[in-house]
Every structure is written in structure tokens, then in C-alpha cells.
Write a protein that binds this ligand. Sequence first.
Ligand code: ZN
Length: 478
Amino acid sequence: MKLGFWGAARQVTGSMYLLTLDGDYKVLIDCGLDFDKERNENEIPEFSRDKGFIFPFESTEINLVLLTHAHVDHSGNIPNLVKEGYEGQILCTQPTMELAGLLMADSARIHKIKLNGIHGRGKKINPKVLKRLTSDLYLESHVKETMERFVCIAYNRRFKVHENLYVTFYNTGHLLGAASIFVEARENGQWVKIGFSGDIGRKNYPLLKDPDNFPTVDYLVCESTYGNRNHQTQEPPEKVLEDVIKTSLVDIPGRLIIPSFSVGRTQSLLYTLNRLQFAKKFPGIRVFTDSPMAHKSSQIYEKFRSHLNEEAKEFYEDNDGLFDFESLTYVPDLEGSKAISNYYQPCIIISSSGMIHGGRIENHVQKNLENPYCTIFMIGFSAEGTAGHEIMNGSTEVVIKGRKLEVRARILKTDIFSGHADLRGLMAFVEQQNPAQLKRLFLVHGEEDVMEDFQKTLDWAGYKQTAVPAWGEEFELL
Ligand SMILES: [Zn+2]
């Protein structure tokens, strides 16, 4: 039995692990988009280099895909796998399937615009360059085909793939439908248990249940996003948001802009706003949610409310909904989005992307960054190279959509809406394993220096068997 690391190896994005069982049965765990780096040509296997690199293996040889959750750095490359000939099933929870479908359809829409741009250049493009530019741009038809391969399974049910392979999904509290996956595989009469953490959530997060306990395993693949730090904000989300609204909209009549990802983050934000609204904490202030995907995602959250925490379920029963309140407007189109600029009363604008890198948020930030009556409230991680990263790190000048702007707006940030466990949460997840029995602990999904720190912390806690796999590294599991 072999486990290969083909993504999120010494970096955060691109989650993709290949488990090869007896008889060459191949299971791919996650198949995400890699935003972190271009591969060094030498690292890419020969056959894959010839084809134009999407996957470092033949897609047709994969027998099964297991998907931990819908975020694109875990799911976003599945349509390419199907496009390249994958014919097997994709196992995940039902909310994950629906949220992933939404994200994939949005990617296909963006790909079509890109393709039209490439083909519309008018001059002949070198076929090799054309292939490189377009090989990973899947379209709606590929997403449709992908959706037909999903098989949904419930949490906590041992699912038999075949007599030598069982999988069980456990709630992680990271995103609606998100799971850690427990794999039991038999080789030479011996059962081997392998755990894939997926992304681990945190306790008391708006809407979501706390992470489930995870069973003991022989091998554990664990995410490391917050492997060297704890969340700073200790106050509850409602209090944090209430204070920001007070200082940016009530004390002075300003405008509050919140860059936020449409799937997951925006729902926790809207739910928290709805609770504040219910408690009459910001009467009359308009809230614009400027993202069509956020609306669809909210509907999926309401549809699967049985997956949410007790507080959210009760709130739904009492209010006949989770997100909609009178002063909330979902902005459906670009015209509506532009019209928000003409609204001069105090208001809250929630729009994506959360890193201010593409999406309608760029227009709002561009128009308001030099406005001292505006507050930009950063509620999530922003990768290096994005406007969000610069704004969060105190740059006084930022370029948005080609225009250099002075930062005169007030910038605030919080980690209270982060869907990731911090160091304490990660340790709590790992410490369910007995250090004397766990054969190997693989760290993935983290920045390299963070993973080194996490490895040291684990070492002090008695976990001496950690490995930080490099891209393409394979391990024999016995
Ligand atoms: Zn995630």
C-alpha cells in the first residue's frame, strides 16, 4: 500500500493525495486547485510533461475519488479529472456535492470568458501555447458530467466500497458538509487504518456543529494551516461585529465594506448580522450582499439545516429562516452592483472575493479606499500578492484594477470568522491519537515555516513520527 502526496505538500493549496491499494486500486483523496506555485519542470513526471501538465498521473487509472469538502483548493480540479477520462465515482456528503457543484459551475463560467478572450485575440496562437493556456479550463459540460459521478454518503456511516475497502466521513465543523475521512483498507489479510483530516474547523463557530471525535488510526494526514498560532479574538462573533458596526456606521455615518468568500464565510456573517438585527442592534441600516453565488449558497445552507448546530436550528424555527432580514438585499446583477455607489446612507456591503482579488469587491474597494468615512473589515486570510494582503498589512498605497490608490479608509481585521482550527484545535485533533500507536503523522496544507513549527510542537507533545512530505513524495504504508 502506497500513499503519494501530489498537492498541499509544504504549501496550503492543491490538496491531492493518492492511495494505491492491492491490485493497483487507486483512490484519490481530494483534487484541488493549486494557487501556490508553478511546478518546477524537473519535478513533473515525463508522461505528464508531454501532455501539458494537469495531473502527475493518468486520470483513467484512478478508481475512486473521496472529497473532504467543497472549497476549490480541495475540489476545484475534479472536472479536469473527468475531462481527462476519469470514469469512477466521487464520494462525499450531500451538502459538499451541492456546494462543490455551485463552485465548479462558477469556475466554468469564468473559464468560458477566459477562453473567449484567448480565441478572440484574432492572431494565430502557437498550438503549444494555446494548449498550455487552455488545457485546465473546463466548461459547463464537464461540470455536468462530473455531477453525475457523485455518490453522497452520510456522516458516521461505514460505507463499503468493496470487501477490502471501507470509508467513514466525520463532521469537521469547517464548512457545511465538510469531513475528515477514515479509510480502512485490507492488504495481505491485515487491516490498515488511515485518517485524512481535511480542513479542521473550530468550536462554537456560527451555524456549524463542533468537530466530531475522530477514531484512532495507523496513519494520519493532518492539515497545518494554523500550525503555529492561536486565534487572537476571544470575544463572540456577534460582539465583534456589533462593535465594528457601532464605530463605523452609528458613531459616524460611514460605509462598511466586508470582503468575504461567497460560500461559507458569507453565511456565517449574514447569520450573525441576522441575530444582531433580531436583537435590534443596528436598526434600519441596509446590508447589500453583492454576490449571486452567496445567495445560492445561503439556500443550500437552509436546505441542509439539519446539519447545522442547535442554536441555528432553533433560530431557523423561530424566524422561518437563517439569513433574510428586512434591510438585507441580495444584489443580483452588475447593474445593481454599480448602483450601490449611489446609495449615500450608512450601509454594509458584503462582496467577494475575500482576498480582494477578482470579483465585484474590487469595484467597491476601488471606489471607497480613499474615503475616510469608509471602513474595510478584513475577516479572512489573504494570500501574498493580493490587494487584501497589502491592505491587511498596512500598505499606504494599493493598486486595484490597475489604479494606484491611497489607503484613507479605516482598516480593521479579525480572525473570529476564520473557519480553521488554530494550534489548540489542531493539537486537540491529533491528541485523539495515541503517540505510541500512531505509525506516521503526515503534515500537509500549511506554509512551510508554519509546518516546521507545528512539527516541533508535536515533537514536544510526544509525536516523534511526523513527516512533512514534499510534492510527489510517496510512502509505503505497512
Ligand atoms: Zn477548506
